[in-house]
Design a protein around this ligand. Structure first.
Ligand SMILES: [Zn+2]
Length: 280
C-alpha cells in the first residue's frame, strides 16, 4: 500500500474540488512532512491553496514552493503583525519585488493583533497600511489577520482605499454585528477548523450570517487545529506537538456545511467559486 495513503479516500472525495484560502506550507514544522502532504492534498480533493508568507525570512520558501507546484499553490507574501518589529529597512522594496516576480500572488499575511503580549499597535498600523496601499495599487488579494483589534481594523479599512477585488479576513473571529460592515468594504471571510471546537459557539453563529458569496474555507495549517475527532490526517511535529494537516480541509467543509444547513458539495462549489473570483 502506498505510504501516501491515497487508497483510503472514497472516490467522491477525489472528485471534489476544494480550495484552501489560507495556509502556511512553508512553515518549518511542516518541512519533514511536505512530500506526504503534497500527495495527500490532491487525494483529498484539494485543487488549490494559498500559501502565506509571514516575514522576509520565509518569503523565499513560499516562492520556491509556488515555483515547484504552480498548479496547486498560489503564493502570498506579507509581513505578519507578530513579525513587524523584525523587519529590515528594505522590507517594502523586497515585498514589492516578490509581488512583481509573481503577478498572480496575493499580499499577506498582514494585519493587526492586540492579543500578543507587548504589542505595538502604532507600529503594526504603519506596517499594515503600507501593505494595504501596495495591495490596492497592484490590485492583489489581501489576506488579513486580526485578533482583538476589529474596531481599529474597520476604521483603517474605511479610511483608506482598498483593492478592487476585495480583502480576506482570514479565520474571522469578529462579531456577527460587524460582518455587514466589513462585507460592505469588500470583505471575504474564511472559516478554519479550530472554530469547530465546542467553545467557539459565538464564532460559529457569526459564520451563519456571512453572505454566500463572501464565504471561504481555510486550514491555516499547521495551526488552528480542528477538534481531535475531526482530524482525518493526524500530524505531529518533530518535538511531539500536534499540527494541523492541510488535508483536513474536507472535514472543515463538512463542519461548515452542517452549520449553515446546506449540502457539503453545495458548500464546496460555492466556496470554490468564491475562491477563484477573489484569488484569480
Ligand atoms: Zn495564518
Amino acid at each position: 500500500m502506498p505510504a501516501s495513503g491515497a487508497w483510503q479516500y472514497p472516490l467522491a472525495a477525489m472528485l471534489r474540488n476544494l480550495c484552501d484560502a489560507h495556509n502556511h506550507l512553508q512553515d518549518e514544522r511542516l518541512a519533514p512532512h511536505l512530500p506526504d502532504i503534497l500527495t495527500a492534498l490532491p487525494a483529498a480533493g484539494i485543487s488549490a491553496c494559498v500559501v502565506n508568507g509571514t516575514s522576509e525570512a520565509d518569503w523565499p520558501r513560499v516562492a520556491a514552493l509556488a515555483r515547484a507546484h504552480p498548479d496547486l499553490i498560489i503564493p502570498s507574501f506579507g509581513l505578519h503583525p507578530w513579525q513587524a518589529h523584525q523587519r529590515s529597512p528594505d522590507w517594502l522594496d523586497l515585498l514589492t519585488e516578490q509581488l512583481h516576480a509573481f503577478p498572480h500572488a496575493g499580499l499577506g499575511e498582514c494585519g493587526l493583533d492586540r492579543w500578543i503580549p507587548n504589542h505595538d499597535l502604532p507600529e503594526q498600523t504603519a506596517v499594515f497600511l503600507a501593505q494595504l496601499d501596495l495591495a490596492t495599487r497592484l490590485d492583489r488579494p489581501l489576506s488579513i489577520h486580526c485578533l482583538q483589534a476589529w474596531g481599529p481594523l474597520l476604521d483603517l479599512l474605511r479610511d483608506h482605499p482598498r483593492p478592487r477585488r476585495g480583502i480576506l479576513l482570514h479565520s474571522y473571529g469578529g462579531s456577527a454585528e460587524m460582518i455587514p460592515l466589513f462585507a460592505a468594504l469588500g470583505a471575504y471571510f474564511s472559516f478554519s477548523g479550530y472554530f469547530l471546537e465546542p467553545r467557539k459557539e459565538a464564532t460559529r453563529l457569526a459564520f451563519r450570517q456571512i453572505p454566500d458569496d463572501r464565504l471561504l474555507l481555510e486550514t491555516d495549517a499547521p495551526d488552528m487545529l480542528p477538534p481531535e475527532n475531526l482530524r482525518q490526517h493526524p500530524l505531529t511535529s518533530l518535538d511531539g506537538k500536534a499540527l494541523n494537516h492541510p488535508a483536513n480541509l474536507p472535514a472543515i467543509a463538512e463542519g461548515l456545511a452542517k452549520l449553515r444547513s446546506i449540502d457539503p458539495d453545495q458548500l464546496i462549489a460555492l466556496t470554490t467559486n468564491n475562491f477563484h473570483r477573489f484569488f484569480r
